[in-house]
Design a protein around this ligand. Structure first.
Ligand code: ATP
Length: 219
């Protein structure tokens, strides 16, 4: 399994007292599989994604990413897992504004110590970015920026890709194009994809679909 959650419980302290957002959640995601996670606003989708991406830790239970049990790692080892094993695609693209498209594309692969210029060219070509490589993010449309963000994530070949509403800022046609490109590339690399979405239509494009409700996963 590329990602396993075992009896994961996550609580937040709020003014009204402790709030249990995830309640003994179990989840498995294998290499080459894509999984859509939906649920009402506030159901804990982003919380679960943050735990899977080693950005936060559960109160109870165990998260394992690419064979690494996160609770057994110190902060720097956990950061290492995050840098080399996980790619995260956000709704807001999060490109580095001072870097060209080409430099943005290689940014994460460089950090992960896994630069592959040939693969970056393949990605740029596949994502329709070849003519845009010397531009800066502010000179791109939203759809183009998200294609750069997808390329930047895949350039490092992470075994686990997490996506939080990756097409949430795009119109439907652009969003579908970006989603198709993402799914093609995920299949090509054999990565596992966990994607949060509000759209049942987009969720249906993935291999599996689960719903988070009342702190638990429903098939
Ligand atoms: N740092 C925090 N402190 C206290 N409560 C929090 C914190 N982060 C999130 N919450 C609460 O936990 C619950 C789950 O939040 P989360 O962002 O995971 O939901 P979500 O399903 O991603 O929502 P949305 O679809 O609106 O993005 C919400 O009730 C939220 O208010």
């Amino acid at each position: 399994m590329v990602l396993s959650l075992r009896s994961v419980t996550k609580r937040y302290q709020t003014a009204e007292g402790p709030l249990t957002v995830l309640n003994t959640v179990d989840l498995d995601l294998a290499a080459g599989q894509s999984l859509a996670l939906t649920g009402e606003s506030g159901s804990g989708k982003s919380t679960l994604l943050h735990l899977a991406g080693a950005l936060d830790a559960p109160d109870e239970g165990e998260v394992t990413v690419a064979g690494h049990r996160l609770s057994g790692l110190n902060d720097s080892s956990r950061a290492e897992v995050r840098r080399t094993r996980v790619g995260i695609i956000f709704q807001q693209y999060n490109l580095v504004p001072s870097l060209t498209v080409a430099a943005n594309l290689s940014f994460h692969a460089r950090l992960a110590g896994r630069r592959d210029v040939g693969w970056e060219k393949v990605l740029a070509n596949h994502l329709g970015l070849t003519a845009l490589l010397e531009r800066y993010p502010e000179q791109l449309s939203g759809g183009q920026q998200q294609r750069v963000a997808i390329g930047r994530t895949l350039a490092a070949r992470p075994p686990l890709i997490l996506a939080d509403e990756p097409t949430g800022n795009l119109d439907e046609a652009n969003g579908d194009t970006v989603m198709t490109l993402l799914l093609d590339l995920v299949r090509e690399t054999g990565a596992a994809l966990l994607m949060v979405t509000h759209s049942a239509r987009l969720a249906a494009m993935l291999d599996r679909h689960v719903v988070l409700t009342g702190g638990r996963i429903q098939p």
